[in-house]
Design a protein around this ligand. Sequence first.
Ligand SMILES: NC(=O)c1ccc[n+]([C@@H]2O[C@H](COP(=O)([O-])OP(=O)(O)OC[C@H]3O[C@@H](n4cnc5c(N)ncnc54)[C@H](OP(=O)(O)O)[C@@H]3O)[C@@H](O)[C@H]2O)c1
Length: 319
Amino acid sequence: MTRPLGVALLGLGTVGSAVARAMGDREKRLAATAGRALRLVGACARDPGKPRDAGGVPVTADPFALLDDPEVDVVVEVIGGMEPARDLQLAAFERGKHVVTANKELVAREWRQLHEAARLAKRELRFEAAVGAAIPVVAAARALGAVRPRVLSGLLNGTTTYICSRMEEGAAFDAALAEAQAKGYAEADPSADVDGWDPAYKLSILVSLLEGRWFPPDGVRRSSLRSLTLEQVAEAAARGSAVRYLAVADFGERATKARVGIEEVRASSLEGQATGPTNVVRLETDLAGTLTFVGPGAGGNATAAAILGDVIAIAQRGA
Ligand SMILES: NC(=O)c1ccc[n+]([C@@H]2O[C@H](COP(=O)([O-])OP(=O)(O)OC[C@H]3O[C@@H](n4cnc5c(N)ncnc54)[C@H](OP(=O)(O)O)[C@@H]3O)[C@@H](O)[C@H]2O)c1
């Protein structure tokens, strides 16, 4: 009988805990879709003593206890940020493990280094959860290699959508941001959301996939949401529009231009109707017309769904 595919979680916060719970509550479904059993070998966190809702997974503070464990086939990095996530992903490849991650910053910034490490190790680097959480936009971008993309636009950040929609209801910017943080939408550092880093990383990843070469996140022009005023929001509403923090890539004949910032959309559009973590991705192409993807772009469970989809794909390939 095939041995279960061993999974280790680096990070056991919002996303890591949701992965652990899902692995515990749907063992049979995962085994059926993956074609073999999946086994959560252990998890790593900063403070192993912290109470968490993560089933009975053994927790260590030492990531190398998991990286060096021969029972671990797939390392799921859900710590976030650049370090130690980068060193740990590279260490995982050096030890012949596959890597699945939700870390958009690291994938966008270290695209070349991580892909090269995976290639040399003959292992997979998968990051469906890094863009649009449960919406399979990374898979879609990979599947659309034959089309010429014309314009990609949409909402890739729930915090900024929430702030825009609350300002439509009259809330001030600072109050709306505080609410987004209280609801758990905002990144730990709100600058990642309101100054556009988070959607810039996601846009960089989608453009890189669609073009087949790295489009660095520093190439995405960013303007902050902080300058948005209640007057601007009211003026847009009077025109039947809504203000949203949009991510746009324009795939010109010569050079692709990408930007994130404040734009007006029709109030009745999917973008104008979105009020929170709902993400929208519209892709205009030559052969395939316009494709639209909508769904939950954040949250532990939605992100766990994408991560486990990647683990299943690795299992199906006979890892
Ligand atoms: N939350 C979402 O909705 C969402 C959606 C899509 C993608 N993501 C991405 O998913 C990743 C994780 O996000 P999250 O919301 O789950 O973050 P989080 O709740 O802050 O969890 C981070 C986890 O990493 C652990 N950790 C931090 N530093 C560590 C270190 N040096 N060594 C070992 N473990 C360490 C923490 O340990 P302690 O628990 O002991 O502090 C915690 O368990 C990020 O890349 C994020 O951008 C999140």
